[in-house]
Write a protein that binds this ligand. Structure first.
Ligand code: PEP
Ligand code: MG
Length: 319
């Protein structure tokens, strides 16, 4: 029985009507890649590269980064690896970064903004990713994009580095975690190779609730219908250019969110390794039609609680 369950965890997840939903893992270190594969992850949908940069006096060198990314790719044994470039800001200071105290770090110099303000740092990270030993496909993902100029600047740097190193240019995608990126997705998709919804920050910025503030974070539910609308708009924009939409925020492992995300057109979910098997199991119990009907209904509901009640009731009839 244990062997059968393990084989099932490794199998791809299809809906009952045969639509493949990729289930990837979020990783935050080199050590957890092997465990994620064992748990059924089909790749890494979000490598939070911050772990390489925090709690140290100097930024990691080109060689160090290259070795760590190569080791993670090796542990994934040919499966895809999506590396998010450095996503820190004034709330997680590092002595070698151009940061000062900020009144409002969530709206400050962070994510792609910080990287463009520290081009040497971005150069080293992109160069490590372009020259790493890849055992499988490697894709690069930019955090906190809100302006197409940010994507263009990062792509120009990446193309120049790839040319200098005489290596192919990896696909470059963006996170959809600001309302601007979601609303403007149709234009961004012309130049971004893929999207991944960061539902944690998308909820924070859409609902204007600081995710780190205990007084308001409890009311932060990414199943608010306003956020479902933003994901729908992002998906429509992406599909205009044939781009895939994944999701790597906490919503991806939430059973009450999974049918809605599939119904809205999300085709890759990146979750914590421990949630991969149960996420796949839920996907296998659904049809695309059920998901679409639930998503359509959810968009018209008054609040997140009503959305959750709807999905619970529908899942009660299915599983
Ligand atoms: C997100 O914002 O949903 C996300 C995946 O990124 P992080 O949680 O690292 O900000
Ligand atoms: Mg985020």
């Amino acid at each position: 029985r244990r062997r059968a369950a393990a084989a099932h965890a490794q199998a791809p997840a299809m809906t009952r009507d045969g639509v493949r939903i990729e289930v990837f893992a979020n990783l935050a270190s080199a050590a957890d890649a092997g465990a994620a594969v064992a748990a059924g992850a089909e790749g890494c949908g979000l490598l939070r590269s911050e772990f390489l940069f925090l709690d140290r006096a100097a930024a990691p060198s080109l060689t160090e980064q290259r070795e760590v990314y190569s080791a993670i790719s090796a542990a994934l044994e040919g499966r895809p690896l999506i590396v998010r470039t450095l996503d820190i800001g004034a709330d997680k200071p590092a002595p070698y970064l151009p940061m000062s105290g900020e009144e409002n770090p969530a709206l400050g110099l962070r994510g792609i903004r910080l990287q463009l303000a520290a081009p040497d740092l971005l150069d080293v990270q992109l160069r490590a990713l372009v020259t790493m030993e890849a055992q499988g496909p490697v894709q690069i993902m930019l955090p906190m994009v809100s302006e197409i100029a940010e994507l263009r600047a990062a792509r120009a740097a990446l193309e120049q580095i790839a040319a200098e190193e005489e290596r192919p240019c990896p696909p470059l995608g963006i996170m959809i975690e600001t309302p601007a990126a979601a609303l403007h997705a149709g234009v961004l998709a012309a130049e971004a190779d893929f999207f991944s919804v960061g539902s944690n920050d998308l909820a924070q910025y859409t609902l204007a609730r600081d995710r780190t503030n205990p007084h308001v974070a409890a009311g932060l539910d990414a199943l608010h219908p306003a956020i479902l609308h933003l994901i729908q708009i992002a998906q429509i924009g992406a599909s205009r250019h044939g781009r895939l939409v994944g999701l790597c925020g906490g919503l991806g492992a939430d059973p009450e969110a999974i049918p809605l995300l599939i119904g809205l057109g999300v085709r890759e979910l990146s979750v914590s390794a421990g949630s991969a098997a149960q996420t796949k199991a839920l996907i296998r119990s659904l049809t695309l039609e059920q998901c679409g009907t639930m998503a359509e209904a959810a968009l018209g509901l008054p609040d997140a609680a009503a959305v959750r009640a709807l999905v619970r009731a529908e899942l009660g009839k299915i599983v």
